[in-house]
Ligand binder design. Structure first.
Ligand SMILES: NC(=O)c1ccc[n+]([C@@H]2O[C@H](COP(=O)([O-])OP(=O)(O)OC[C@H]3O[C@@H](n4cnc5c(N)ncnc54)[C@H](O)[C@@H]3O)[C@@H](O)[C@H]2O)c1
Length: 245
């Protein structure tokens, strides 16, 4: 029996990178997965790929920054699968811009997806989990929620916000059987990292390589499953040693 046998998991950013690798692992562990993403082409293709392997998967196109669309994700999940046990709150964006060149619009857009969107998804997850017997929420932050870096002020501020949002929600719902934890990845080989930056980012990492999306998925599985049943309000930092420096 898998670690997530009979569980229903919603995964935002589920069409690509860390979200997609996590969906694959969750399916292997017996979960039904709802893949939420803005990218309809990739999301549909991935849904088909999982279904071809006899998995129960559903792709929903939604923007996590639009309140009504986030509410619809949960309605459609309940219609399809009847319950929600796990939410991997993972969709995000990031790009490097020196702060003196950072427009207010770009700042707002980054914080809107990487922090406001995480709040909207977490709030809806909590509303549904309060109606059932609880659940597990895993928010994707970043090692740049712990430490700073040049050229990513908006991203880093948002990810720092995700870490403290996680702690706050965990405390608020600790007695309701809703656990809330975060993943803080280092540099991971996914489409969010431009090809031309990969070599340099690997060299900045003590282990001298990028992490893989599958390595992130295993940490997410731990936090999503009962293996971490006494863990809440905390973070797994999986960064090849970066923040140990
Ligand atoms: N790859 C890294 O090095 C790294 C490091 C630290 C943190 N992270 C975080 O991991 C998470 C996943 O990123 P990834 O590396 O898998 O990148 P990715 O680009 O492969 O995946 C992100 C997915 O989120 C989706 N998305 C973006 N905005 C959305 C929105 N408003 N609504 C719905 N979906 C949206 C994208 O379409 C994409 O499919 C992000 O939160 C990112 O900040 C990544």
């Amino acid at each position: 029996m898998g670690k997530l046998s009979g569980k229903v998991a919603v995964i935002t950013g589920g069409a690509s990178g860390i979200g997609a690798a996590t969906a694959k692992l969750f399916v292997q562990e017996g979960a039904k997965v709802v893949l939420v993403d803005l990218n309809e082409e990739k999301g549909k293709a991935f849904e088909d790929e999982l279904k071809a392997q006899n998995a129960e998967a559903l792709f929903l196109k939604a923007n996590i920054t639009v309140e009504a669309e986030v509410q619809n994700i949960f309605k459609e999940t309940l219609d399809a699968f009847g319950k929600i046990d796990i939410v991997f709150n993972n969709a995000g964006i990031g790009r490097v811009t020196p702060t003196d060149e950072l427009s207010y619009e770009e700042w707002r857009n980054t914080v809107n997806v990487d922090l406001d969107g995480v709040f909207l998804v977490a709030r809806e997850a909590i509303r549904e989990m309060l109606k059932s017997d609880g659940g597990s929420i895993v928010n994707t932050a970043s090692m740049y929620g712990w430490v700073g870096s040049p050229g990513s002020a908006a991203y880093n501020a948002a990810k720092g916000g995700v870490l403290n949002l996680t702690r706050s929600l965990a405390l608020e719902y600790a007695t309701k059987n809703i656990r809330v934890n975060s993943l803080a990845p280092g540099f991971i080989d996914t489409p969010i990292i431009p090809e031309e930056s990969k070599k340099e980012l690997a060299s900045l990492t003590p282990m001298q390589r990028l992490g893989t999306a599958e390595e992130m998925a295993r940490a997410v599985l731990f936090m999503a499953s009962d293996d971490s049943s006494f863990m809440t309000g905390n973070t797994l930092t999986v960064d090849g040693g970066y923040t140990a420096q």
